[in-house]
Structure formats: structure tokens, C-alpha cells
Design a protein around this ligand. Structure first.
Ligand SMILES: Nc1ncnc2c1ncn2[C@@H]1O[C@H](COP(=O)(O)OP(=O)(O)OP(=O)(O)O)[C@@H](O)[C@H]1O
Ligand SMILES: [Mg+2]
Length: 376
């Protein structure tokens, strides 16, 4: 099967479910098929059928992350030139920064098939053995949320990545048999928001590893302008910059805000979107001038008022806010840390003077010449 745009103009991607007759390990394959729905739901929410695809398709269209793009595109070109498979690559960084997007671009630039799965979907070793044995030479296996692989599954990946083979047992008791299955050379691309949760043996097997960082306002303005072109939204440069400034350094948020601003402008009949229209629309959405949304501000006010600026543990904060701890750690904290509104200390999270200032709450008075609340 070759990859190429289907009738909807979307690139065909093999989800981690193949027809049963191809299956060498039927049970594993069946399990995969059952979970195909879960897998597809992992794809970008904002780009479901019926809406236009905003994902860049080539390296040239991918805005920002220059150092990463330069390095990975050289690796891709070299492997194309030599005609061998690309080294395994790992992408880590906060959600919505383009990890999945770049994996798809790599597969396209390699002219390879991309098989898309995720850590939680590969529950049992049979799942991963089934997937691996179906890979053809040069295929790209993309594992999203790779930090959520079970330990047992992860162990199968070690030999698969290093030597392109898997060893597994069939039968039990006296009928137990060890099978050594050679694999076609493939490229594994892993994506994670939690590089720290990856085991060392797995991390070491990636020849290429990249951290994606938050985007600059200028870069996000380019993302907004590009997306506006695709969506046929009339926006001027100031309008694009206003959305960019409020996007928390994240292209996914830029695209989401652009859609909200477009709705607002259509309802108001405002014509070209300028910074005033964009700002008003985003205020209604609860997105403030720095891009903090309701959850960010709730986190900041809880830490600053209920806990007097900390230190507070993430468990306590999550319980007080009544929000999932992982959401706070993955989605809320990285940006607040980045803009210096909170710090993470061994005792817990603290609000910085800038954080207090933003929510208009005075920092608690401390005795002594130094304010340990911000220095620890
Ligand atoms: N460099 C970029 N240039 C233009 N648009 C981008 C870029 N990176 C991401 N986007 C847009 O942002 C959206 C989110 O990106 P993507 O799904 O790749 O993020 P992710 O890092 O995989 O997030 P998650 O950790 O939640 O899986 C994409 O659908 C794409 O439209
Ligand atoms: Mg992703």
C-alpha cells in the first residue's frame, strides 16, 4: 500500500489495525483492531473530518523549530541518498507543539508508510509483535505517548529496535517454544510529553532525539497567517499577531483561537480581522492578554491565594482545583514555568512576584532580608 492523498485530500495513514488474514499473531491483531477507534480518537481534535487540514505536510511548511528541522531533514536526506532506513527518532515536549506533525512529515519525506499507534493501545506483547511483524522495509512505526508503554511491551521493542528481530514464546508448559522472528528494517518514531518517564534502555535506543520548545510570537503569527489562508479567513498582520501573543507558545492553540475569532468575526460581520476584533473575541473565550485561559488562572489564583503562593504539592493543588494531576503537569505548568509565573522547588510549587502581579494579588509578607518564597 502506498501512501498518498485519498479522496478527501487527506494523507492515508495506516492505523494500527490490519486485515486479519495478514495477521501472524491473530489474537494481537484482533486486540489492535478492537482498539482502532481509540487510536483514531488520538488524532488532532481540531482537524476532524469536514474541517480543513491545517497540518503542514512538508518540512518547508513546518514553521519554527529551526534547529530540529535542520537536523532531522539532513538525517532524512542522507538516509534517502544512501537508500537505508532512518535511525529511530524521539520527539519530546509539551502538547500541541508539532510532534505528531513532524512524524508524519518525516514519513512523507522518506516516501514511507506510517503506521500510527500509541503507548496505551499496545497493551500486551502480542499487540506489538503483531504490529512489528507486519512492517515492511523502510516503514515508519509512530508510537504516540511512548512513555505509557507497559514494561512487558517495551522489552520487545529493545531487540526490535536494535537488531530488527523479536523473540517470543508460544504455548505453555511442555509445549512452550521460543520463536525468533526476524523483522524488516524499520524506523521507530516516538513522541512523548514526558521524556523523564522513559526508561533509560528505551531512550538510549533512539539515534535521534529532539526537544520541541514553545514557539515565538513571530512564528505563531506565521502559523496563524498560514492557517487563515487555508481556511480562507480574512485577517491582517495585527490580528494574526494578537492571536499569536495569546497562544501560549503553541500552534495547536493558535489554530483553535483562529477558529473562535473567525466565528466571532462572522457573527459580528466585522470584515477583516484586526487586533481589536481578535482581542475582543479572545476575551469572550476567557483568554487573557498573555494567553492564560481559565484553568491557568485558576491554578495561579489557587496557588497564590489558597496556598499563599506555596510551596504546595501537585496532589494538593489538583485536589483543590478538582482537575486531573497529569493535565496540570502537562498542559498548565510548562507554560507558567516558561513565563516565570511559578517555580518548581523540592517542597512544591511557588508563585513568583510576576505571577502574583499578573493576578493582582499581593505576595505574602516575609520576614528577613530575602524573599525565600521566590528564591528556592
Ligand atoms: N511547526 C508547525 N507549523 C505549523 N503548524 C503546526 C506546527 N506544529 C504544529 N502545528 C499545528 O498544530 C497542531 C498540533 O500539532 P501536533 O498534533 O503535531 O502536536 P503534538 O506535539 O503531537 O501534540 P500532543 O503532544 O498533544 O500529541 C497540528 O495539527 C498543526 O496544525
Ligand atoms: Mg501528538
Amino acid at each position: 500500500m502506498a501512501s498518498g492523498p485519498d479522496e478527501n485530500g487527506r494523507e492515508r495513514i495506516v492505523q494500527a489495525s490490519k486485515s486479519a488474514d495478514e495477521a501472524e499473531i491473530t489474537a494481537g491483531e484482533q486486540a489492535l483492531e478492537e482498539r482502532a477507534a481509540d487510536l483514531t480518537s488520538q488524532s488532532d481534535e481540531s482537524e476532524v473530518a469536514g474541517t480543513k487540514d491545517l497540518r503542514p505536510r512538508r518540512f518547508q511548511e513546518y514553521v519554527g523549530q529551526r534547529a530540529v528541522v535542520d537536523s532531522i531533514s539532513i538525517a532524512v536526506m542522507a538516509s534517502n541518498k544512501r537508500g537505508d532506513t532512518l535511525d529511530h527518532a524521539l520527539f519530546h515536549g509539551p502538547p500541541g507543539l508539532g510532534k505528531t506533525t513532524i512524524a508524519h512529515i518525516i514519513a512523507r519525506e522518506l516516501d514511507s508508510m506510517l503506521v500510527h499507534t500509541s503507548g496505551p493501545a499496545l497493551e500486551r506483547p502480542a499487540d506489538v509483535v503483531g504490529l512489528l511483524s507486519n512492517l515492511k522495509t523502510g516503514d515508519v512505526l509512530f508510537i504516540d505517548e511512548i512513555h505509557r508503554l507497559s514494561h512487558a511491551v517495551e522489552e520487545y521493542l529493545y531487540s526490535a529496535m536494535e537488531d530488527f528481530r523479536v523473540d517470543f514464546m508460544t504455548g505453555s508448559g511442555a509445549f512452550a517454544k521460543s520463536i525468533n522472528l526476524p523483522l524488516q528494517p524499520f524506523t521507530l518514531i516516538g513522541s512523548t510529553t514526558r521524556a523523564g518517564m522513559l526508561s533509560a534502555p528505551l531512550r538510549e535506543r533512539f539515534g535521534l532525539a529532539y526537544h520541541l520548545d514553545f514557539y515565538s510570537t513571530e512564528e505563531l503569527a506565521q502559523v496563524v497567517t498560514r492557517s487563515a489562508g487555508i481556511l480562507e479567513v480574512d485577517i491582517n498582520d495585527d490580528g494574526a499577531h494578537e492571536i499569536a501573543r495569546r497562544s501560549r507558545g503553541t500552534p495547536r492553540i493558535s489554530n483553535r483561537l483562529l477558529r473562535r475569532v473567525r466565528d466571532f468575526a462572522e457573527v459580528r460581520n466585522s470584515g477583516t480581522i484586526d487586533s481589536a476584533v481578535a482581542a475582543e473575541a479572545m476575551e469572550i473565550e476567557g483568554v487573557d492578554a498573555l494567553g492564560l485561559d481559565r484553568l491557568d488562572r485558576l491554578y495561579l489564583t489557587t496557588l497564590s491565594k489558597n496556598y499563599q503562593g506555596g510551596p504546595a504539592g501537585i496532589h494538593a493543588l489538583a485536589a483543590t482545583i478538582n482537575e486531573d494531576q497529569q493535565t496540570l503537569e502537562d498542559v498548565v505548568e510548562p507554560f507558567l514555568l516558561k513565563i516565570g509565573f511559578i517555580v518548581r522547588t523540592t517542597q512544591g510549587r511557588r508563585t513568583t512576584p510576576e505571577g502574583f502581579e499578573h493576578i493582582g494579588h499581593p505576595p505574602p509578607q516575609t520576614e528577613g532580608p530575602t524573599n525565600q518564597g521566590t528564591l528556592l
